[in-house]
Ligand binder design. Structure first.
Ligand SMILES: [Zn+2]
Length: 486
């Protein structure tokens, strides 16, 4: 409704208002006689009504505050049993009455559990006030007639519009004004006036960041849980981030601020899952974590939900292919993580065929952030960017892993197996195996080639572990000696 109201030229735009209502002690206040009436109204079979009548009769609450005084039994004739299977059904049958209320013009009542919202659309503030206040009055009367009471002081409202110039409408319920806010939370989704969902992204990103930081404490870079366990733990972060994705997926994808907020929260999780240094960029960390950006995942959820609703289900692998395509385009466009991009240019290949886990040292090699003099020098943690083991003036990941002659022994096996020294451009082949289309059709050749690829992959992993392991030991010894000398 809000999107339709905000469409078209400014002079044709309508105003859409949402008022959320708070019902006092709702589930404990539903009168049993009215639940019974609702069951009859919707033609519930007599035997089921009798079962429920039996459940809702001769019940009492035992009050026993003081052991010295006699306990008292208070008869109960209200409320649905909370935490039970039957409770929500009885509540929905009873509360359905509010949704059947006759409200004026383009006004709708929406409810989930006891959360009711009134949505009204009108061309200007006067007409909006008329429609909304009339609907609020009808709802308030229904609540009073059905044993429920509203808390007008807890009610809030928002105007959803793309208009810049309009008078702020004034809503009231039971003589109590309902404040119009710039953002409003309904069913855990934060709505803002222009439906940009920036506020929603800000709130969920803050919550997700907090969860990622807390969970991150369980995940040291060396040791700790395996990557699959880390991913499982961090799924809490994604549940928070992607809540209600079907509603905000389009807007968040087209709003730079909202996208950035969500990606920052993801980075916090990705650094811990992929055992990266804190300085690794969000884009590179997500590649190493093997997790697409939240807005892309939100689109995937939205498409899946839409296809289920329309009865033309997309296969999940097809939707994931689209996510990978979007991810590739973001990866191609970003200026971040240039070393990682050089090693892993093809997101799809990495996603489908890359290693499922990344060690602490492999993360250093793939991110370029680690025990490298140029990296340490840039962050004022080394005196010079020059290599400590040869004459090279710039010791970065490429130099350490592929070029520095000091580590030739660690590279020997892989060099022998490849028939030449390895290069950064080989990393995708080494970690993801050969491209499927390039495999020979002849079965024996194929098996031989795949076995050789697996061997080279493990030789590369061993080479990285060996080089960076020794380098860390030497660096620690050097630092210790320097500290002793001062
Ligand atoms: Zn060197």
């Amino acid at each position: 409704m809000a999107r339709a109201a905000g469409a078209g030229a400014a002079q044709n735009m309508d105003l859409c208002a949402v008022v959320t209502l708070d019902v006092r002690n709702a589930f404990n206040s539903a009168p049993w006689k009215l639940i019974d009436a609702s069951l009859q109204w919707c033609n519930t079979p007599e035997h089921l009504i009798n079962v429920i009548r039996s459940y809702m009769s001769n019940r009492s609450v035992l009050i026993d505050r003081d052991p010295d005084t006699n306990a008292a039994h208070l008869p109960v004739s209200f409320g649905v049993p909370q935490g039970s299977v039957l409770g929500p059904t009885l509540w929905n049958l009873f509360y359905d009455g509010v949704l059947r209320l006759s409200v004026p013009g383009p006004t709708r009542l929406i409810a989930f559990a006891d959360d009711v919202a009134v949505v009204a659309v009108a061309h200007n503030a006067e007409l909006l006030e008329l429609a909304m206040n009339s609907a609020l009055s009808a709802v308030s009367t229904w609540m009073a007639e059905n044993g429920l009471s509203l808390a007008p002081e807890k009610s809030e409202s928002i105007v959803l519009t793309n208009k810049y110039a309009y008078r702020q409408p004034e809503f009231a319920m039971n003589g109590c004004p309902v404040p119009v806010k710039s953002s409003l939370r309904y069913l855990r989704v934060h709505l803002d006036t222009r439906l940009s969902f920036v506020e929603h992204a800000r709130v969920v990103a803050a919550g997700a960041n907090k969860a990622a930081t807390a969970l991150g404490r369980l995940m040291p870079n060396t040791g700790g849980p395996t990557q699959s366990k880390r991913q499982l733990l961090m799924s809490v972060v994604y549940s928070r981030l992607l809540y209600g994705a079907q509603i905000w997926a389009d807007e968040v994808s087209s709003t730079k601020k909202a996208k950035s907020l969500m990606t920052q929260a993801q980075r916090c999780a990705a650094l811990r899952v992929a055992r990266c240094y804190r300085t690794v960029s969000d884009m590179a960390a997500l590649i190493l974590e093997r997790m697409p950006q939240a807005p892309h995942l939100a689109h995937e959820r939205k498409s899946y939900a839409e296809s289920r609703r329309t009865g033309t289900p997309h296969a999940k692998p097809e939707l994931r292919k689209e996510v990978i395509r979007q991810w590739q385009s973001t990866w191609d466009a970003t200026s971040k993580g240039s070393w990682t991009k050089r090693l892993i240019p093809d997101v799809g290949r990495w996603w489908y065929y890359g290693p499922k886990t990344t060690t602490y040292r492999m993360s250093q090699a793939l991110s370029g952030h680690g025990c490298f003099q140029a990296y340490l020098f840039k962050r004022a943690r080394a005196q010079s960017p020059a290599c400590m083991h040869c004459t090279a003036v710039h010791d970065d990941a490429e130099h350490t892993i592929f070029n520095c002659p000091f580590w030739n022994d660690s590279r020997a096996e892989l060099t022998r197996s490849l028939g030449r020294p390895s290069r950064p451009e080989d990393v995708a082949d080494l970690l993801c195996g050969p491209i499927q289309e390039d495999l020979p059709t002849e079965r024996c050749q194929q098996v031989r080639l795949l076995a050789a690829a697996r061997r080279n992959s493990s030789l590369f992993a061993e080479m990285v572990e060996s080089i960076l392991g020794q380098k860390e030991t030497l660096e620690r010894a050097r630092q210790k000696a320097a500290a002793a000398a001062t």
